[in-house]
Design a protein around this ligand. Sequence first.
Ligand SMILES: C[S@@+](CC[C@H](N)C(=O)[O-])C[C@H]1O[C@@H](n2cnc3c(N)ncnc32)[C@H](O)[C@@H]1O
Length: 238
Amino acid sequence: MDRPLFQLAPRLRCCALMLRPDRRMADIGTDHAYLPIWAIRQGMTSYAIASDINSGPLDAARRNVLRYRTSEKMEIRLSDGLQAFSPDDADDIVVAGMGGELIAKILAGAPWLKSPEKRLILQPMTRAGELRNFLAQEGYLVIKETAVEDGGRIYAVMLVCYDGAPVSTDKLYPYIGKVTAETPQGRRYLQSCCAMLQKRAEGMHLEGQEPEALKLFSIAEEIQHLAAVQEDTPLKSV
Ligand SMILES: C[S@@+](CC[C@H](N)C(=O)[O-])C[C@H]1O[C@@H](n2cnc3c(N)ncnc32)[C@H](O)[C@@H]1O
């Protein structure tokens, strides 16, 4: 009999909910492989490749695959980013739990991702703005972006595909992407961006960088306004 399935952390669960059930997925930087194991057991993907640059995490991943009996529909692969992958390996590619710059570097190393068949599910821990700018410059379209709360912190999860068309962005975009204040989590994301920008602007002000500080204060104010406007309207649940 199958071992009862574990609870997946909200951050990874949010990624899993963006998978297409009839497609193969790859989890890049899988660590323990909880996300692909959970997705296989829940029927959210047809086949999963759990991959990591380090062999230590892959040993743990291998043990978990055996423990949760998903080996028939899973493969464990050592790879730096997508270097050991070919386009036929997977259509849904998850890169979660890394910095936005590293995620951008991993995507830049695999130009075959620029196909309408492929979907990227990206969850940066830091520097989400760098990742958003990279995606816009490279012609990747963010189909949707969801804010999720996990362990007292708030994260953005992006569902992305290649569009090829130039993506137009405004000055708020690197900070908030497509997150809106329609959900409590979205509102929290905007509030946390606003607090981060105000702190950065105060630092610049103290260092005498007045024009830069004013620019950031003004962006923070606009984001605060977006979050506050929504406070007057009923919240949607996630
Ligand atoms: C913090 S863990 C994230 C694990 C899981 N994806 C999550 O979100 O909980 C980061 C993992 O990425 C792996 N990693 C770092 N750089 C990588 C790269 N260039 N290619 C593949 N994996 C990488 C690390 O070995 C580590 O297991």
